[in-house]
Design a protein around this ligand. Structure first.
Ligand code: OGA
Ligand code: MN
Length: 293
C-alpha cells in the first residue's frame, strides 16, 4: 500500500490495495491511522459491488441505515444510492441532493459517525473536467487555529444539532423531491446535544465539532450571543486554508473522517450529466484509539 498526501494539508491517495478483498489486520490499522491523519482518503481504480463496499465499510464500525433512506442497493439497505439519474419510466435512481451545503453527517445523532465511504460509478464531466466535486474542511486545523480565548469559550460547551435543519434546507430548493419529515422520522431524530470540541478518537487531538448544516444554537447562552458565536465559528472554519476539493473519477473509493472534517457536495451538474455513487455510513462504535495504537 502506498499513501501519497496532497499538498492541501487534507487528503491522500492510497494505492496498491484491492478493497474488494478482506483487509489484513495490518492494512486495516494503516488505513485507520491514515484516515485520522489525512481526513480524506482516495483509493482510485476500485471496482466494488454493494456487498463488497458494505464489507469494507463494516470493518471500521457498524453501518447506519438512514431513517430517510429512499434509495439503496437491493438487499442492502445500508448501501445508499446517490444519483441524479432516472430509469426508463422516469423514476429517480438515487437521492439527488445529498450533502449540498456544508455539514457533518450524523452530528444530529447521539451516536456519531466515524466515516463515510463513497464509491463512484458515474462521474459527470464538462469539457473533460470532472464536475460534481466533493469539498472538505479540516477541523483539526480549524480548532488549532482558533484564538486562545475562543478555545476557552467553547471548551466543555455543547450545541444542539437538528436533523430537520438540513432536511428542510434541501426541501425548499426548487425541484426537491423530499417531502416533509413524517412524525415517525421526526421522532427517530430528535435534536441532540453535542460537544463543540471533541477529542478525535484516532488522533487523540482536539477538533472543532460544529457545522452549519445541523448546529442550531449553543446551550446555556442567550440566543443573540449563541448566534454571534456560531456565526464566528462558521466563518472561521470557512477559510481557504482549511479547504480541499476532491475531483471524482469512476472507480474512486473516497473514505472521509466524519469527526475531523466537514463536507459539501457541489451541485454544478445538470440532469443530463449523470452521476452515480454508492455510499455507506460508518458509525463510530469501536475503540479506535486502541485499534490505531
Ligand atoms: C454524503 C454526502 C457528498 C457527495 O454522502 O454524506 O454529503 O458529493 N455526499 O455526494
Ligand atoms: Mn453528507
Amino acid at each position: 500500500m502506498r499513501i501519497t498526501p496532497n499538498n492541501a494539508g487534507l487528503g491522500a491517495r492510497v494505492e496498491g490495495i484491492d478493497l474488494s478483498r478482506a483487509l489484513s489486520p495490518e492494512d486495516f490499522r494503516t488505513v485507520l491511522r491514515a484516515l485520522g491523519q489525512y481526513g480524506v482518503l482516495c483509493f482510485p481504480g476500485q471496482d466494488l459491488d454493494a456487498p463488497a463496499l458494505s464489507g469494507f465499510g463494516s470493518r471500521f464500525g457498524e453501518l447506519e441505515v438512514n431513517v430517510a433512506n429512499l434509495f439503496h442497493a437491493e438487499g442492502h439497505p445500508e448501501v445508499m444510492h446517490l444519483s441524479n439519474m432516472k430509469d426508463a419510466a422516469g423514476k429517480p435512481l438515487g437521492l439527488s441532493d445529498a450533502g449540498q451545503g456544508w455539514h457533518t453527517d450524523m452530528s444530529y445523532s447521539k451516536e456519531i459517525a466515524l466515516a463515510n465511504v463513497l464509491h463512484a460509478k458515474r462521474v459527470p464531466r464538462r469539457d473533460g473536467k470532472p464536475i460534481g466535486c466533493t469539498q472538505f474542511r479540516n477541523m483539526h486545523a480549524a480548532y488549532d487555529d482558533l484564538p486562545a480565548e475562543v478555545k476557552q469559550r467553547i471548551e466543555g460547551r455543547t450545541a444542539i444539532h437538528d436533523f430537520a435543519k438540513f432536511w428542510d434546507m434541501m426541501r425548499i430548493r426548487p425541484g426537491s423531491i423530499r417531502g416533509p419529515l413524517t412524525p415517525e422520522q421526526r421522532a427517530k431524530k430528535p435534536p441532540v446535544s453535542q460537544p463543540m470540541v471533541r477529542q478525535h478518537p484516532i488522533t487523540g487531538r482536539k477538533v472543532l465539532y460544529c457545522n452549519s448544516g445541523y448546529a442550531m444554537f449553543v446551550e446555556g447562552m442567550d440566543r443573540a450571543e449563541s448566534d454571534a458565536l456560531l456565526d464566528y465559528l462558521f466563518r472561521h472554519q470557512a477559510q481557504e486554508k482549511f479547504f480541499y476539493e476532491h475531483e471524482w473519477n469512476e472507480g474512486d473509493v473516497l473514505m472521509w473522517d466524519n469527526i475531523g472534517t466537514l463536507h459539501n457536495a457541489v451541485a454544478d451538474y445538470g440532469p443530463d450529466e449523470p452521476r452515480f455513487i454508492l455510499r455507506v455510513q460508518v458509525m463510530a462504535n469501536l475503540d479506535y484509539a486502541a485499534l490505531a495504537a
